[in-house]
Design a protein around this ligand. Structure first.
Ligand SMILES: Nc1ncnc2c1ncn2[C@@H]1O[C@H](COP(=O)(O)OP(=O)(O)O)[C@@H](O)[C@H]1O
Ligand SMILES: [Mg+2]
Length: 212
């Protein structure tokens, strides 16, 4: 079954909203292995609300950490240590959308950045990037880090207002496929998110991609 890693250039770039849209489009499972911060709505709860997936399709987090800081530190505050080796991929009978915490270098422990786990998994990555100023640098650094470790990059999914030159520059300089752009949706609901995703992305493109 197809699996996708939703990684970001940063935290707060739109990984969760994009994951909800993709999971809905593919009628997939969603998994957030490491959740930092449990006050308010968690990413899994946001995805459940905005994708309409049944509760069984939102897989339980492996680590649920209380404080909304970097996972390695959040774990320390809770008195636990994340063991990335124990992050075994769930077996699914439908596609699986996996959302990482933060950006690709976000530490799971002081020795293990998220990207080490992605290198072990070798699952195609979708890099979610802002369109606003500063994104070229963040995006190209993230792409370079993925490439250096031979992690397959399916492409870049932008979130935000259209900045054509910025988006094209990332595609050209990063040598990356641009999957589309999810615009800001004023009132996010299952329906408005689905419409915004369908207007820019082709679900078939994700469904066809082969895992390496
Ligand atoms: N397409 C969008 N339209 C409207 N709001 C969005 C969109 N994408 C992200 N947001 C908002 O931006 C914030 C960060 O998005 P989120 O998906 O949680 O980021 P991440 O998972 O990368 O930390 C949230 O408040 C979310 O609702
Ligand atoms: Mg998120």
């Amino acid at each position: 079954m197809k699996r996708f890693v939703i990684a970001g250039t940063d935290t707060g770039v739109g990984k969760t909203i994009f994951s909800a849209a993709l999971a809905q489009a593919l009628d997939a499972y969603y998994w957030k292995p490491v959740q930092s911060g449990l006050d308010g709505e968690t990413d899994s709860q946001t995805v459940a609300r905005l994708s309409g997936l049944s509760p069984a399709r939102v897989l339980p987090e492996k680590w649920r950490l209380n404080t909304p800081v970097s996972p390695h530190y959040s774990a320390k505050i809770d008195g636990v240590e994340i063991d990335p080796e124990r992050l075994a991929l769930p077996e699914c009978d439908r596609p699986l959308v996996i959302e990482t915490a933060g950006g690709v270098m976000t530490p799971l422990t002081l020795r293990v950045p998220t990207i080490d786990m992605l290198a072990r998994w070798r699952i195609p990555v979708i890099l979610v990037a802002r369109t606003s100023l500063g994104t070229i640098n963040h995006s190209l650094l993230s792409i370079e880090a993925l490439r250096r470790r031979n992690i397959p990059l399916l492409g870049v999914a932008f979130v935000g207002e259209e900045h054509e030159n910025t988006q094209a520059t990332i595609g050209t300089m990063g040598g990356a496929h641009i999957l589309g752009r999810l615009p800001f949706v004023a009132l996010l609901t299952r329906e408005t998110l689905r419409a915004a995703f369908n207007a820019s992305f082709r679900a078939a493109e994700f469904a066809q991609c082969a895992e390496q």
